[in-house]
Design a protein around this ligand. Structure first.
Ligand code: T4K
Length: 403
């Protein structure tokens, strides 16, 4: 893209947006359409639409094999999967979680009247800081939920050590981390259990969906009962349960996604590397790095924008990109602790979350995945470089122009 293009033509100043159609973060990857439709036809022909059907069973088996765990229990979504897992593990009282996560991690606890105790993160990894976790433990603490944010692994060993030493249950919210590994082992095999999301916006999607993976036979048995109203056979309820079942059509989509996983990783990785290249010389901007020694799904391209100095800050950049029809997202702004009901329950939580608060002001997610082309990434790169090169002038003009 020619660097000489005139920034006064940016859409925010009334120019034509760079993109006619909005580019989204989280545009679903659609795998082999024909294969998926063939499965849907089979589902309709067989008239078996849900309740542990053939495709759900195949999906569970293939995920368990891929991850290398004894059990995979599919679910309607990750939020219900987290609720069921925390309940099946007997978590109560207080559970330590990051605030820098999607609100579902905290809500899954509060929904059951378990208090999420928000713990600060390591600014380098964006994940729970184990030293801070130790400090948050009280006599009421029963567990820890680590989140592998962006698919980058938590400090698994340290968290496992703390959980063992202090007699706490440990779950990983692996909503972002299907297909990722840590130290040569697939994410999914750590803690008492891990929970995946297969929401439409996720690396592997089943429209809506999730799964609990674990090596614990007893836990898997309880989770299976709980997700199916507690039914242990026809007319026999042996446990309190809910409805967390995945449908056959969702499992069919999940299987198609599994089959196209390698292609999606290739595209995601190429996009991530291109963004890094496009933005490598922009001061005050960094694309968060994936550790290539681990397997990664590269599902998120995460920009960190410096707040200090004369350069444009994150929200200013977001405003310009939105005008160009690039719908960048500020995940996980402003942090769970600043959303209801937590902001009312714990109005001073931010005092213990300096890294979370700082990161939540810096992060911007860029569109990636199979719906974004290399040309579009080059165009986005040009816009960001321009905004940072001429930031002071652009900002001044923007402040003078009405919103
Ligand atoms: N734990 C963590 C760490 C999570 O990140 C999540 C979910 C969960 C737990 C819970 O998992 P689930 O219960 O959902 O299985 C989105 C997703 O809805 C959510 O699943 C995800 N995390 C979160 C990070 O992102 P929103 O509120 O930003 O969604 P929305 O509707 O704005 O969609 C994001 C973008 O994707 C939009 O700009 C449009 C685009 N999009 C979306 C859908 C659904 C499409 O282009 N097509 C689509 O079909 O939460």
């Amino acid at each position: 893209m020619p660097e000489t293009r005139d920034w006064t033509r940016l859409a925010v100043f009334g120019g034509k947006p760079a993109f006619g159609e909005t580019l989204h973060v989280g545009r679903p990857n659609v795998g082999d359409r024909e294969g998926f439709l063939a499965r849907v036809n089979d589902i309709l022909d067989r008239r078996w639409l849900t309740n542990n059907g053939k495709y759900v069973q195949e999906f569970e088996r293939r995920i368990a094999d891929f991850v290398g765990v004894r059990h995979c229990i599919s679910m309607c979504n990750a939020t219900v999967a987290l609720e069921i897992t925390t309940r099946a593990l007997g978590m109560s009282g207080e559970v330590i979680v990051p605030s820098f996560t999607f609100i579902a991690t905290a809500h899954a606890l509060q929904w059951q009247e378990i208090t999420p105790v928000f713990c600060d993160i390591d600014p380098a990894t964006h994940n729970l800081d184990p030293a801070r976790v130790e400090e948050m433990i009280t006599p009421r603490t029963t567990g820890i939920i680590g989140v592998h944010v962006w698919g980058r692994p938590c400090v698994v060993d340290a968290l496992t050590g703390i959980a063992r030493r202090r007699g706490l249950k440990l779950i990983f919210d692996a909503a972002h981390a299907f297909g990722c590994s840590h130290g040569g082992r697939m994410i999914g095999g750590f803690g008492d259990a891990e929970v995946y999301s297969f929401h439409a916006t996720k690396f592997l999607n089943s429209f809506e969906g999730g799964a609990v993976v674990t090596d614990d036979d007893a836990l898997a048995g309880r989770v299976r009962l709980m997700k199916n109203f507690g039914f242990a056979g026809y007319d026999n309820v042996s446990y309190i349960g809910t409805n967390g079942k995945m449908t056959e059509v969702c499992a069919a989509m999940g299987l198609s996604s599994l089959e196209s996983m390698a292609d999606v990783i290739d595209v995601n990785r190429k996009n991530y590397l291109q963004y890094r290249e496009e933005l490598k010389e922009v001061p005050g901007v960094r694309v968060a790095a994936y550790d290539e020694r681990d397997r990664c799904n590269y599902q998120y391209v995460v920009l960190e924008v410096d707040e200090s100095g004369p350069l444009p800050a994150r929200d200013f950049l977001a405003r310009i990109l939105h005008a160009e029809n690039v719908f960048v997202r500020r995940y996980f702004h402003p942090g769970c602790h600043r959303m209801e009901p937590y902001r009312s329950y714990f109005p001073h939580a931010g005092l213990l979350l300096p890294n979370t608060e700082r990161l939540a002001r810096r992060v911007l997610l860029l569109p990636t995945g199979t719906a974004v082309t290399s040309r579009e990434i080059a165009e986005i790169g040009w816009i960001i470089r321009t905004v940072f090169r001429d930031g002071a002038e652009i900002r001044e003009r923007l402040e003078r122009s009405p919103r």
